[in-house]
Design a binder for this molecule. Sequence first.
Ligand SMILES: Cc1ncc(COP(=O)(O)O)c(C=O)c1O
Length: 425
Amino acid sequence: MSDKRDLHPPTEVLTRGFDPSLSVGSARPAVFRSSTYVFSSPESAERAFDIASGRAQALPGERPDLIYSRLNHPNAEILEDQLVPLEKYAAAALVFNSGMAAIMTALLTFTAPGETVLYTLPIYGGTQHFLQDFLSQWGVRSFGIPAGRTAAIAEAIRTTPSLALVLIETPANPTLVMTDIAGAVSAARERSPKPPLVVVDNTLMGPAFQHPLALGADLCLYSATKYLSGFSDMIGGAAIASDAALIQAMRARRVMFGNILQPDECWILDGRLPTVGLRMNRSSKNAVRMADELARHAQVKHVYYPTLFTDAEQKRIYHAQCDYPGGMLSMELHGGKPAAFEFLRHIQIARDAVSLGGVETLACHPKTTTHSGFSEEESRQAGVTDGLVRLSIGIEDWRDLLADFLRALDLTHAKLSRQEVGAAD
Ligand SMILES: Cc1ncc(COP(=O)(O)O)c(C=O)c1O
């Protein structure tokens, strides 16, 4: 509908991409569950196939007939249009049936046998598994490089032979180490004739607090399962780019792989987009209010949170590329795994579960769950210790959450102190 780019994102997300006249006047999008679409004429069918297969380009304003829901469907089109304004400088978006599907499709679209991928470490376990254990079998090499090391990352980008793609996940999960996106982009641009694509997994900070395309990245990927959908009740993924040709190339692969997001899920996600900024702001404010106090507790060795960064380079990156610190916070507890498990046993408002970005607060022990596939060396490098607990802060009242955490920490402290006394006796 409106594609006036002078509107602000919270307005555009509610006005763009949806024409009520195509949904019998419904004020909000309907769900179109059809698997196949009736052509307006045989000529329109021929034209739709020509465009879908890339033999012809749609003319400005042309609306080709829909064909078949593995290729495209109205709910995906509406959702993709409404994702665009959430990412500054975006031209086009594409939705997938999981975050992993978006990542996998990007990697399979933009790499070829003999080429190399550089990625920041630690990276989401599924992504690392795909790169190291699957893509390698098809002749695509990949190398991990520690997140946050600005100079080393730039050097690797400048010198790695046959580099097709740089995949950055920032902040890194679970220690929130930040990688300089603009720095990686400028190193990539120095390479000719074919600069590698810079791709950012923006799941942890986007779309509210970090805008990779505005920093020069080529592609921004999301697990929409997290903040975008926000209620821990669906799985989805998205890719957003400022060059529509990149999205077009991924679309062709999506048709082949059949990993488009289904109409019902598109409809759910579409209804969640207008509140993503509100939800993320609230969880970030909650986390800010708790971080200092948690760090002062006797059982807490360290709190990983952007407002508590002490490293000068990490502070610089945070201020240069994030608007707010976000809702993810990790705590290193004294007493290792027994302390972490004791804390998780005592929390009552937050739930012990993996995943993040929901309105409800979740806590987990990365070493034995999300990051249990890491070798000891990888865990050491990534800072995934026995005493680490990761929190995804939700939108509850922060005073209740803080009281819950402090109570669980007190109980943990009391139990571990009793055990120490017992051991000494
Ligand atoms: C940063 C990040 N990227 C990608 C994914 C994969 O997303 P999905 O579970 O939607 O496939 C996850 C899942 O936890 C994640 O945390």
